[in-house]
Design a binder for this molecule. Structure first.
Ligand SMILES: CCCCCCCCCCC/C=C/C(=O)SCCNC(=O)CCNC(=O)[C@H](O)C(C)(C)COP(=O)(O)OP(=O)(O)OC[C@H]1O[C@@H](n2cnc3c(N)ncnc32)[C@H](O)[C@@H]1OP(=O)(O)O
Ligand SMILES: Cc1cc2nc3c(=O)[nH]c(=O)nc-3n(C[C@H](O)[C@H](O)[C@H](O)COP(=O)(O)OP(=O)(O)OC[C@H]3O[C@@H](n4cnc5c(N)ncnc54)[C@H](O)[C@@H]3O)c2cc1C
Length: 666
């Protein structure tokens, strides 16, 4: 049985029609990134300190202490190996355990870099880099998260002492959720309403010390703790998401992050000549990183499901002969291959978004704020789209693995539990899509005023054509033409956005229209985000891509990505008149053909992710395909199997059996 499993994956690998090594480089982004990633993944996988297969069986306290041990080991190894920032960040990534380091490096440091003055950066960044202080990011409160302008915490300037007084005026104003806050962080960037001279001046970030650097006890006026156990076993419970109440805590004036707004010694508030949304900059940065993370989480789930589907056999045999690999069932392919294609799509759009973010950052530094709205819309929209799809996809992969997918040893339940809050943190996905919709409606109304759209909305400049065009697809092969596919996506997105803008104008106020039509607006926003992903994927496959057969495989995946969306949203494509029912049928026919073309390459396409068995953490997704023996070995290691007769037998099983025996004798 074991030998047959191993043979299956070896057979699968022998069928590949492309150069897997070259695809690994494409997936990584470059040879350099591949080398760094590969080396860091192996360092983590070979270090017993980073073992993670017992995580779901540990209680919260044990689990948390275990994470503290691992985080300390990460810092130690990074120092010992003299890792660069890039290497250290990959090392932390492959440790694959949410912990305070994520928030320290991922939000606290970026908040200071983005919103601190040069002097503030000079003071705080070395302390943070050497980890002489540990920081987190506290924006959300018990009563408000999405509505940042509704935050209640105050930072009142006291000109007498040249200090700010940080205060939580109500229970609902307690900071609630920040990762790393509950038990670890010594410092925090806290977002509060700036009050000076009796007037409010908006929300800004303030650096506050939370705990003593000598004995870690909370400083006076600070009530702090963990908010409690979260969804799933193991999963995000390794993180100390916390609460904090500030009771008139005093901090020096220069602890306010003053890059965009300065408070003088006299308490005068001087706003720089920049948009006030610059204070939301850390969120834009993190949303961009979340899009890249989505492709990692999705590809990990898909890797497990594809390998297992090649191993798993059900039905199809005559006379108890060899059964069919479940990967050969068209229904399995139609559920799995679009997810495989989405993993590649999100990888490429993530890389593009990184470029967009770098570009806008450069412009902002030169006081050019013109691309800020587009950067906000793209990061918000793509964060929303990719995390929602990924969360659903992990659950779909669990189902694709049948009963064994439900076991923690499949790796999928914990991956789902750890991933699903991505739909909420850094902005609830619906709230973020409504931001995209606001941007789209504005773009459409600017069009009417003769303004030329730029960036990702450039396609809307072709307004007349997009409103009238009818798809020219007359055969399944036509759906392999980039121009045919793009036109359908652009026309659908534009028509939905125009319909929303038109309908909003029928209400008494734009706000009333926006609120009433928010369901349609969310759909228009998704359609626009899908234009971005599809067009970036098409752009990618039109480039020169080295490696035998690599480009061909990516083209197949690109069209699977696009055509499965046409199928999924066929209602919208049809109701907007972008395609006809016959053309939808042709697209489906082509999709089926493409599934057949991916089939022999599926295992190699997930091998190209280059994941170690440690990172995958799955009995079902092992590289060698030795699924059943691993499942059995892991079952035997379960704490319930420590003893043959369970604890509790004497107390709770024997009395029941005795009672039943007595009753049956009656
Ligand atoms: C091994 C596994 C490891 C896992 C590790 C994972 C690590 C991840 C850790 C996750 C940590 C999580 C952290 C957090 O969650 S931090 C808190 C995040 N909070 C949010 O995201 C709040 C969401 N809310 C908002 O962003 C705003 O409140 C919202 C945008 C929704 C509304 O803001 P506001 O009321 O001010 O704005 P309006 O809607 O009225 O818009 C006014 C104009 O401002 C523009 N705008 C809005 N936001 C931005 C922005 N960020 N940048 C630029 N411009 C922005 C908006 O478009 C409006 O413009 P116009 O007036 O021109 O239309
Ligand atoms: C694991 C995790 C880690 C986190 N880490 C941090 C952290 O480190 N620092 C930090 O500051 N915060 C953190 N957060 C908090 C997070 O940022 C917020 O939970 C998030 O921004 C959503 O806000 P909310 O909880 O207020 O949701 P709500 O806004 O209350 O959402 C509830 C529902 O209302 C809907 N809704 C809200 N507003 C609208 C609207 N205008 N129109 C239509 N529907 C609407 C939403 O779609 C949602 O369905 C974390 C959260 C989680 C789950």
């Amino acid at each position: 049985m074991v030998v047959a499993s191993v043979d299956n994956l070896a057979d699968e690998r022998s069928k590949a029609q492309f150069d897997v090594g070259a695809m690994k480089i494409v997936w990584a982004g470059s040879k350099h990134v591949f080398d760094v990633t590969d080396r860091m993944a192996r360092i983590v996988a070979s270090d017993p300190e980073f073992r993670k297969d017992n995580r779901t069986t540990l209680g919260r306290k044990e689990l948390f202490k275990n994470t503290l041990r691992k985080m300390a080991h990460v810092v130690k190894r990074a120092n010992e190996l003299r890792l660069t920032e890039e290497e250290a960040s990959k090392l932390r990534f492959f440790v694959d355990e949410p912990g305070y380091l994520d928030l320290h490096w991922g939000m606290f440091v970026p908040a200071i870099k983005g919103q601190g003055t040069e002097e503030q950066q000079e003071k705080w960044l070395p302390l943070a880099s050497r980890m002489e202080i540990i920081g987190c990011y506290a924006q959300t409160e018990l009563g408000h998260g999405s509505n940042v302008q509704g935050l209640e915490t105050t930072a009142t300037f006291d000109p007498k002492t040249d200090e700010f007084i940080i205060h939580s005026p109500s229970l609902t104003s307690y900071k609630w959720w920040p990762g790393g806050l509950g038990k670890v962080s010594t410092h925090v960037v806290v977002y509060a309403r700036l009050v000076s001279g009796g007037q409010e001046h908006g929300i800004y970030g303030f650096i506050v010390q939370l705990r003593s650097l000598d004995d870690h006890t909370p400083l006076p006026g600070i009530i702090i703790g963990d908010i409690g156990t979260k969804f799933g076993s193991g999963a995000y419970n390794t993180m100390d998401n916390g609460f904090v109440c500030f009771n008139r805590v005093r901090i020096p004036r220069n602890h306010m992050l003053m890059r965009f707004c300065q408070v003088t010694r006299e308490g005068n508030v001087c706003l720089s000549d920049v948009p006030k949304q610059m204070v939301y900059g850390t969120m834009v940065y993190v949303r961009q990183t979340i899009v890249s993370d989505a492709s990692w989480a999705l590809s990990r789930a898909v890797c497990i499901a594809v390998r297992y589907s090649a191993i798993r056999r059900q039905f199809g045999s005559q006379d108890r002969g060899i059964e069919t690999q479940v990967l050969d069932y068209k229904t399995q392919q139609s559920r799995l291959f679009p997810l495989l294609a989405s993993a590649y799509a999100f990888r490429f759009v993530g890389e593009w978004l990184k470029w967009l973010y770098a570009d806008v950052t450069e412009r902002l530094q030169a006081n050019d704020f013109s691309t800020l709205p587009e950067a906000h819309a793209c990061t918000a929209g793509l964060k929303s789209l990719t995390t929602s799809v990924t969360a659903d996809a992990i659950e779909e992969c669990r189902k694709l693995c049948g009963g064994h997918g439900y076991l923690c040893s499949s790796g999928l339940p914990e991956l789902f539990a750890v991933y699903v809050p991505a739909c909420t943190y850094e902005g609830d996905n619906v709230v973020l899509l409504l931001q995209v919709a606001r941007f789209l409606v504005k773009t459409v109304s600017r069009l009417a005023a003769g303004k030329k759209p730029v960036g990702t909305t450039t396609y809307m400049g072709n307004a007349e054509h997009l409103m009238q065009c009818k798809s020219s697809a007359s055969s399944p092969e036509d759906w392999l033409k980039p121009s045919v596919v793009l036109e359908a996506f652009e026309a659908r997105a534009f028509r939905l956005a125009v319909a929303c803008a038109r309908d909003i104008s029928k209400f008494s106020t734009p706000e009333a229209g926006f609120a009433e039509l928010s369901i349609d607006l969310v759909e228009a926003a998704i359609a626009h985000c899908e234009v971005i992903v599809v067009s970036r994927f098409i752009e990618k496959v039109q480039q020169d891509i080295p490696g035998d057969g690599v480009k061909e495989q990516l083209q197949i995946l690109c069209f699977i990505y696009a055509l499965h969306l046409i199928h999924k949203h066929s209602g919208e494509f049809l109701s907007t008149g972008c395609i006809t029912p016959e053309q939808a049928t042709l697209a489906n026919e082509q999709l089926r053909t493409l599934y057949g073309q991916v089939r022999p390459n599926a295992v190699s396409l997930v091998d190209a992710f280059n994941y170690t068995d440690h990172y995958l953490g799955s009995a079902l997704g092992r590289y060698d395909g030795n699924v059943y023996a691993t499942l059995y070995a892991q079952a035997l290691r379960d704490p319930l199997n420590d003893t043959v007769v369970p604890d509790g037998y004497e107390e709770f099983i024997r009395p029941v059996l005795k009672q039943t025996m007595r009753l049956s004798r009656l």
